[in-house]
Design a protein around this ligand. Structure first.
Ligand SMILES: Cc1cc2nc3c(=O)[nH]c(=O)nc-3n(C[C@H](O)[C@H](O)[C@H](O)COP(=O)(O)OP(=O)(O)OC[C@H]3O[C@@H](n4cnc5c(N)ncnc54)[C@H](O)[C@@H]3O)c2cc1C
Length: 289
C-alpha cells in the first residue's frame, strides 16, 4: 500500500536510539513516523540489570523499555510495526519499503541495532544467487521452486506466508520459540542451519543434523538488518555505518544512531546518538525549507 503522506522524518528502529531520536524530533515539532519491530527492543528487554545508565543504577532493561515506550506515547507517537526492507534515497526524499507498504520522508534516522550473528557459510557467496534477505523483493524469482526461510524473529512468518503463495514448497526454520502463525502450506522444521551449498546458485541448505534440504532459495530474516543491504550506497566502516559527529551518513538527509554506528554497544551511547541524529535531521530539514 502506498501512503501518499510525505513525513518530515522517518525513524527506522525502535530501540533506545530510535526512540530517543523520535522524542527529540517530536519536541522540535517535526512530523515523523517510527517504523520498528513488533517488540521494541529485544536487546533492552534482555538486559537484566543496567548499572551504567546515569541516574538509574541497577535499573532493569524491561523496566526501562516500558518507561521508554510510555515516554514516546506521551508525545502522541506510536511505533508502526513494520520491518523496513529497503530505503531508497531520491535526493529530496526517501522511500521506505516494507513488505506491504511504501512510506516517504524528507529525512531518515537509521537506528536498527547491530547484527551480531555469524553469517552462514555460503551466505555471502550465494547472495543474489539464491540467498535473499527480502521475500517481497526476491520472492517472485522463486516461482514454483522450493525455498527455505531461516528466521530469528517472528516477522519471518509473514515472509514465509507470502512465499507460500509463490514457491512450490516453503520450509520454515524458526530460531526462536513461540507458537507460529503460518499458512498450512508452510512446513515448520525445528532445526538449525549449518551451511548453504550450490554451484552457480543455491542447491541445498544443510542442517546441523547433517540433512540437506533441497532448495533453490534461502531467505534469511534477522533481528537487525545489515545496513548496506538496507540502503544502497551507504558508507560503512567494517559492519558499522560511518557517521560524523553530527551522526550524518554519506547520504544527505540520512542519519544513523546507536549500535548500528559501531562500538561501544551501550545504552547511553545509543540514547545520546539518537538525540544528536534527531537534532541534525531537524537542522537539515529547516535548511531545506
Ligand atoms: C543481555 C544484554 C545486556 C546489556 N546490558 C547493558 C548494560 O548493562 N549497559 C548498557 O549500556 N548496555 C547494555 N546492553 C546493550 C544495550 O541494550 C544496547 O546497546 C542498546 O539496546 C542499543 O540500542 P539501539 O537502539 O542502537 O539498538 P537495539 O536496542 O538493538 O534496537 C534496534 C531496533 O531496531 C529494530 N530493527 C532492526 N532492523 C529493522 C528494520 N529493518 N526495520 C524496522 N526495525 C528494525 C530491531 O528489531 C530493534 O527493535 C545490553 C544488551 C544485552 C543484549
Amino acid at each position: 500500500m502506498e501512503h501518499d503522506k510525505l513525513y518530515d522524518l522517518a525513524v527506522v528502529g525502535c530501540g533506545p536510539a530510535g526512540l530517543s531520536a523520535a522524542i527529540n524530533a517530536a519536541i522540535r515539532r517535526k512530523d515523523l513516523i517510527i517504523l520498528g519491530s513488533e517488540f521494541c527492543s529485544p536487546k533492552l528487554h534482555k538486559a537484566p540489570r543496567i548499572d551504567n545508565y546515569l541516574g538509574l543504577p541497577g535499573v532493569g532493561g524491561e523496566e526501562l523499555r516500558q518507561a521508554a515506550l510510555k515516554h514516546v506515547a506521551q508525545f502522541g507517537l506510536r511505533v508502526e510495526p513494520a520491518r523496513v526492507e529497503a530505503i531508497i534515497p531520491l535526493g529530496d526524499r526517501f522511500q521506505l519499503l516494507t513488505r506491504t507498504s511504501l512510506y516517504e520522508a524528507k529525512a531518515a534516522v537509521l537506528a536498527t541495532g547491530v547484527v551480531e550473528v555469524a553469517t552462514l557459510p555460503g551466505e555471502e557467496d550465494f547472495l543474489g544467487r539464491g540467498v535473499s534477505y527480502c521475500a517481497t523483493c526476491d520472492g517472485p524469482l522463486f516461482g514454483g521452486q522450493p525455498v527455505a526461510v531461516v528466521s530469528d524473529i517472528v516477522e519471518g512468518e509473514e515472509e514465509a506466508n507470502y512465499l507460500a503463495d509463490v514457491a512450490a514448497e516453503v520450509y520454515y526454520l524458526p530460531l526462536y520459540k513461540r507458537s507460529y502463525k503460518l499458512n498450512a502450506k508452510v512446513t515448520v522444521l525445528p532445526a538449525r542451519p549449518r551451511a548453504i551449498h550450490g554451484l552457480t546458485g543455491v542447491e541445498g541448505l544443510e542442517l546441523t543434523d547433517g540433512t540437506v534440504l533441497s532448495v533453490k532459495g534461502v531467505f534469511i530474516i534477522r533481528e537487525a538488518t545489515n545496513p548496506n543491504r538496507l540502503v544502497p550506497g551507504l558508507d560503512l566502516n567494517g559492519t558499522a555505518i560511518r557517521v560524523d559527529r553530527e551522526q550524518r551518513t554519506n547520504i544527505p538527509g540520512l542519519f544513523a544512531a546507536g549500535d548500528c554506528t559501531g562500538r561501544p554497544f551501550q545504552l547511553a551511547k545509543a540514547v545520546g546518538e539518537g538525540q544528536v541524529a534527531a537534532l541534525s535531521a531537524v537542522r537539515y530539514l529547516d535548511q531545506k525549507k
